[in-house]
Design a protein around this ligand. Sequence first.
Ligand code: ATP
Length: 397
Amino acid sequence: MIEWLAIPAMAFGAALLPKKKLSDEKKIQMIFENRKVGINKGDTFLHPKLIRKYNHHTYTTYIYSLPLGVPSEAFEAFIPVLKDGINKDVEVDFDGVLKINVFEQGLPSSWKYDDDLLRPNKWEIPIGKNHKGTLYHDFEKYPHILVGGVTRFGKTVFIKEAFYSLLINQMNNAEFYFLDLKGGLEFGKYLGLPQVKSVASDVFEAAEVLSGIVENLKKREKFFREKGYTNIVDTPITKRTFVIVDEGAELSPNIIAGEGKKYAKFCQAALSEISRIGGGLGIRLIYCTQYPTKEAVPMQVKMNIVTRISFIAAAQIASMVILDEKGAEDLPSIPGRAIYKIEKNRVVQVPYIDDAYMLKKMEERENDIIQAATNRKPVNHDRSDEHGENKTPSANP
Ligand SMILES: Nc1ncnc2c1ncn2[C@@H]1O[C@H](COP(=O)(O)OP(=O)(O)OP(=O)(O)O)[C@@H](O)[C@H]1O
């Protein structure tokens, strides 16, 4: 009798015991099994096989071999399933083997820009924090960036931190042309800086500014040919020109009505030209839009920009336009959270900067900033006036 009672009593006791937490390794295995990740071979089903595991300080890497015939691309779409199943941030990579990084902590939902992030004399800007540290973008390696994402999620803040970093890192050598097509409200206030050459606030002004830049581009091209230069990074020329467009859709001939249409057409053609040949000649394009459609992002511009940044996208299709793949629509709705793509995608939290910080710091260094621009002449010893740096933009098309 006692024995007979012992079984339910034990079962009841076991039910009271706290359940052993499944390890991440076990969870991944169960997800593979439940989602039937793998391939049928005769009577058996082959799943990815764990071959190694590395514990890092803040994350663990699991390395799997894939059964032959399982496409590696299938795992990109699998990331949200893994994230939900493990309830941690996950990164998936494939180089011969499948690598799954499981991070112990999520990204911060916000962090402040600080001058410690600056890299003096370099053309690098902080893109944001990911799970492994702070990522930087180097304009000398990748001259242009395409930025997209719905309104109020951090495009303008990103442009500001890029502008501030470049200005302070390279006050002798950087110059900026803003096509601030939301009425010049964001960047008009920086027009007093000698490094800021123009702030165009509508399609007509944009056409005038771009006309000057393209004219200058042709001269640079000729000069490079004469000198036998192929890429500015291999020359003694230290100046770089940044063309920053916010909002690109305002230059779309399909959106603009009336008189502005032909100016918009010219602007899109000019931006295509800049993205195509400007990189090697020292012109860097940062092109932002909240309407990632083919009207707002001309095909040439898109094709010539390798680096993409997408804040949360309204839909899969918008993510496809900016990143050429889905994913940005699944970002959490946190301002400043973005996918930074060069070759592969990395989720980052962009540092937060505001005008008050920028203006305060610029004021502190006002003399240096002005002096840098005044002393600019000897910097480009190899460049003659034919580069047109002192000329005003030419007339409209
Ligand atoms: N990196 C960030 N970290 C924290 N908060 C941010 C960040 N970027 C943006 N924000 C918050 O989101 C607000 C909107 O950002 P921002 O003006 O950059 O958006 P936007 O995408 O440019 O919008 P719009 O298209 O309307 O200009 C900011 O005022 C700020 O409160």
